[in-house]
Design a protein around this ligand. Structure first.
Ligand code: ADP
Length: 311
């Protein structure tokens, strides 16, 4: 059954179009990622789904409620994790959870029970008494998640939840999300500019310049690049591109100073192309397609999200 149904959702900030009409359905108990580079519209979409920006163009339903005029009814079913930390660092994890529970009208035994459950599900039981400021980045994100899950939301929305985490902490965080889906039956929707995050999700929607360019499981998306991908580093990309086209019949895309060629039997092509043009090639490597290759194939340009983050 569809948990989130969105038809032709659009949003503009003045004359700048941030979402150019996106349509998608997300099922209950799905772990779904919107993957896109900076500026692709992820945060805008997240804000609309979490009712922070009103829907003025298009249709959106969450759990059957219409986002246009039933947003307050939706809110109590949503758990939201923002990009910026919302925990009070000077309080312990437990104190943060207690205060948050009070805001949601939870008290006494039922609050204690909920706190115990979220701490258990997120493997935070032994850190409950620690000040938030003493926790690692990964544990702080997990505590954010515990807070968002306290009122038993059916849908969890997270905006760039693993930004700033190292790869190990990201993996742990993804495992926590998968456990919440499995144990609590929540639908998890996150935005990310990190390819690895999307790889671990049930389905991925690729956003570029406010458009949803593809939706599918990571494997389905990669099948769209029905070939190996060969990257060739060269000082003379334009000439080499022409020569490869003439000699091998492959069209390539120029990305920075590299040529990207899709072909069958990539390992043989690497050998043949180096043999044919040994002086013009600095390096050539082939690999199975990644989600970045899918992105390049669909948009014709490189996925910049992660690199920009590290600049
Ligand atoms: P992402 O989260 O993928 O980086 P955003 O949703 O933040 O993308 O932004 C999408 C587009 O909308 C970008 O071009 C961005 O510059 C623009 N934008 C976002 N917020 C505002 C705002 N408050 N005012 C004007 N333009 C904005």
């Amino acid at each position: 059954m569809a948990c989130i149904e969105v038809e032709n959702l659009r949003h503009a900030y003045g004359s700048r179009q941030a979402l150019a009409g996106v349509t998608f359905h997300i099922s209950q108990r799905e772990l779904f990622a919107f993957l896109g580079p900076n500026g692709s519209g992820k945060t805008t979409l997240f804000k609309m789904l979490s009712t922070l920006i009103p829907v003025t163009h298009g249709q959106a339903r969450i759990l059957g409620y219409n986002l246009v005029h039933e947003s307050s009814a939706i809110r109590k079913h949503l758990g939201v994790v923002f990009q910026h930390p919302s925990l009070d660092e000077k309080l312990t994890v437990l104190e943060n959870l207690r205060h948050h529970g009070h805001l949601y009208g939870l008290w006494g035994r039922s609050l204690r029970g909920r706190i115990q459950t979220v701490l258990d599900h997120l493997d935070l039981g032994d850190r409950a008494g620690d000040l938030v400021e003493t926790l690692s980045g990964g544990l702080q994100r997990r505590a954010e998640l515990a807070k968002a899950m306290l009122h038993q939301p059916k849908v969890l929305l997270l905006d760039e939840p693993s930004t700033g985490l190292d790869p190990g902490a990201r993996r742990n965080f993804r495992a926590s999300l998968a456990r919440l889906r499995d144990n609590d039956g929540v639908t998890v929707v996150l935005t990310t500019h990190i390819l690895d995050d999307a790889e671990g999700c049930d389905r991925v929607g690729i956003l570029d310049a406010g458009q949803l360019v593809a939706v599918g499981t990571p494997d389905e998306l990669k099948e769209r690049v029905a070939a190996d991908v060969v990257m060739i580093a060269t000082d003379a990309p334009e000439q080499l591109r022409m020569k490869i086209s003439q000699q091998f019949g492959y069209e390539s895309i120029l990305l920075d100073r590299s040529l990207r060629v899709e072909c069958r039997q990539g390992h043989e092509f690497v050998r043949d192309v180096i043999t044919a043009f040994p002086d013009e090639i600095q390096s050539a490597r082939f690999g199975k397609p990644t989600l970045e290759d899918v992105f390049i194939k669909l948009t014709g340009h490189r996925f910049r999200g992660e690199e920009e983050q590290h600049q």
